[in-house]
Design a protein around this ligand. Structure first.
Ligand SMILES: [Zn+2]
Length: 428
């Protein structure tokens, strides 16, 4: 399995100068390669272009300062960007559309396979980079012992901070997924709340309005300053810092939430990305919610893989309309927050009902067979069909209970407390 591990670097002033020189040389090479490709009729193979690097060095002195593998990765970067662009615009002349990189948009360099080493001399960890030197690194977590470091990317963030990202391969046996998952959960991404699951929990979206307000004020201040002035540059850093802070907090929450579901359950069912709710949101918040949901799904998927948990992304169609108890479809406008089935009488929170539908589809997708309900007390107390999934859980938990857990608690505790369900609330 492939992972990225990111660490903070603390280069001295002299090393910072060297790093910046290397990054800028790479940027110029990037623009040069692009310029040359524009002159060509067809596009030569990447290795052909890389093969010309030694010749280039004979008249371009700065190239000699940079590790040769790093230069090769610059060529690869041009080609990678080309293929991304080609995928986006199928028929256009992709090379002509690729843009030159100004310094602000080119901030990193990559060592691949060789030219780097992680050292730990006398308890002070450093990252050694060929032709640059030893940079102090903050190893806040260890790289697994059975890992192979494939490459390292060194980047200066707009805040001015330097980071090293290690691409590592870990040779690990992924745990088997249980044939008969017992702890199963369906999660609905709510519109008003962050997520709603079949165990009756609504996870509220964390409140970042303070952080967002701070960022917006800083951006307004920036727009009032003279572009390029010293004050402007100072303010630009402030904006970048606030931005990074907000992003980190959002990711942190998603990490904890996905960790919780991947470790507590044997099977997790979610809706595939075209979550219907997003369409109903106004543009801006839709983009934000959509991006967060996508990130959450990716995190959840790889964490489930790592934990040996089934991960199922199901067809989102009609999960809101369908009755989780009998399957009858009813239209519900967005403002109707309750599900009340005209056909069987089942009542639940709108999102809880969807979560049950999602779980039911997830179980079907995985092909997990469950026997018909053995319980005589069906969910709806009537003769209508009771979904198989309802027999998975004791009857008292089949009725979704709305337990709102504040996101703050999830963030602070890493969330095992989420499981503390009050039995009394359920049996009433
Ligand atoms: Zn029904």
């Amino acid at each position: 399995m492939h992972y990225n591990y990111k660490y903070r670097l603390n280069p001295t002033e002299a090393l910072t100068e060297t790093l910046l020189h290397h990054v800028d040389t790479c940027r110029q090479l990037y623009n040069h390669v692009l310029y040359k490709l524009n002159e060509e009729d067809g596009i030569p193979a990447r290795y052909e272009v890389q093969g010309k690097l030694p010749d280039l060095k004979t008249w371009w002195d700065d190239l000699g300062d940079v590790h040769s593998k790093v230069l090769q990765m610059v060529v690869k970067r041009v080609y990678d960007n080309l293929s991304t662009l080609k995928a986006q615009k199928e028929n256009g002349h992709a090379v002509g559309m690729l843009k030159w990189k100004p310094p602000r948009e080119y901030r990193s360099l990559t060592y691949n396979q060789s030219g780097f080493k992680l050292k730990n001399t006398s308890g002070r960890p450093v990252l050694w980079l060929s032709k640059i030197g030893e940079i102090s690194i903050h190893l806040h977590r260890d790289i697994p012992e059975n890992a192979t470091i494939k490459q390292v990317t060194v980047k200066q963030e707009p805040t001015g901070e330097w980071y090293a990202t290690f691409g590592i391969d870990v040779d690990e046996a992924t745990p088997e997924k249980p044939e008969k998952p017992e702890q199963v959960v369906g999660i609905d991404v709510g519109i008003l709340k962050y997520a709603h699951d079949t165990d009756g929990y609504a996870i509220e979206s964390p409140d970042f309005s303070e952080e967002r307000g701070r960022l917006e004020r800083a951006q307004r201040d920036l727009s009032r300053k003279e572009h390029g002035s010293a004050n402007w540059e100072k303010q630009r850093r402030v904006v970048a810092e606030y931005h990074a802070d907000l992003k980190r907090k959002r990711r942190d929450f998603l990490h904890k939430l996905s960790n919780y579901y991947a470790t507590e359950y044997d099977l997790v069912a979610v809706e595939d990305l075209d979550a219907k709710g997003l369409v109903e949101l106004p543009g801006n918040s839709r983009n934000r919610a959509g991006a967060a949901w996508g990130t959450f799904l990716r995190m959840l998927e790889y964490k489930c893989e790592r934990e040996g948990t089934h991960f199922v992304a199901v067809d989102p169609k009609d999960t809101t309309k369908e009755c989780a108890a009998c399957g009858a479809k009813t239209d519900k406008p967005l403002w109707v927050r309750e599900h009340s089935c005209p056909s069987c009488g089942f009542e639940a929170d709108r999102d809880a009902n969807s979560a049950w539908n999602i779980l039911s589809r997830g179980l079907e997708d995985v092909g997990v067979g469950y026997s018909e309900s053995t319980s005589s007390e069906s969910l709806c107390d009537s003769d209508v069909r009771t979904r198989d999934l309802l027999s998975l859980t004791p009857v008292e938990t089949a009725l979704p209970v709305d337990t709102v857990v504040s996101a703050k608690r999830v963030v602070e505790t890493g969330s095992p407390t989420l499981k503390e369900r009050t039995a009394s609330a359920v049996s009433e």
